[in-house]
Ligand binder design. Sequence first.
Ligand code: AMP
Length: 282
Amino acid sequence: MEVLKTKSKLKSVLKLLKEQNKSVGFVPTMGALHQGHLSLVKKALSENSHVVVSIFVNPTQFDKNEDLVNYPRTLAEDTELLNTVSEKIIVFSPSAKEIYSENVASERFSFDGLEFEMEGKFRDGHFDGVGTILKKFFEIIMPNNAYFGEKDFQQFRIVQKLVEKLDLPINIIGCDIYRESHGLAMSSRNERLSKDTRQQAAFIYKTLLTAKNRFVKNSANEVKKWVIKEFEKHPTLDLEYIEIANIKTLKPLVRKSKNQKYRAFIAVFADNIRLIDNIALN
Ligand code: AMP
């Protein structure tokens, strides 16, 4: 498996592939890979002749330096795991200096309001950081297709908006949320939960499933109130927010409309670890 560290090396590999009209899929990650990441990689491999997986802990998308410093960096294990899927994968694992030179700063973006909802309210500057790194990666790689997990649904919508605004010819493809057997959405953060809390965190998805059922006959407000009460009763999980929003605008749902699609979005603290999840409601 090729592990490339520099933009110039990656560009020269991709130039050859593009000259041969090969399609390139791109899966951006911050490493500490798990089966959720691999599900994106497998989808990309099935739809493209070559796949680039970036492993880069992007400094500009962290609002707390402590989180950036503590983010797991496990390149050897990650490449080993990717190798079990396909030896053909091209891994791009640059240093921060290679990407940002001396200027580790975000560009400012407007995502037409998508950035102000939910995660945008709780993670200052996060989506500018995401936009900054993806714009750089898209310009270097120019993939045909790029793959994003619906676990970070707001991010997925923002990336669609980014390529629309930059007028880049890249298909942004959303991928299903990959879950542990008891339902908890897979995340590198799950590794930091105690065994007991990890088990208890299955309550998040269980509650989302019931919320979905309740949404058939109840208003968004009624469903949200019910979720808040469920978490108030829970001994260890702390709800940060529950929102029901239109999947296009990400604005909170006020009145249901038959031809619109909605999702419920949730953020919860377990053992002081912040977990997010979401579910399609209709
Ligand atoms: P990250 O390394 O956390 O930045 O995630 C890289 C990509 O993997 C993002 O597009 C995530 O949405 C996606 N991803 C992470 N966890 C999951 C999961 N459990 N199911 C599906 N996609 C995921």
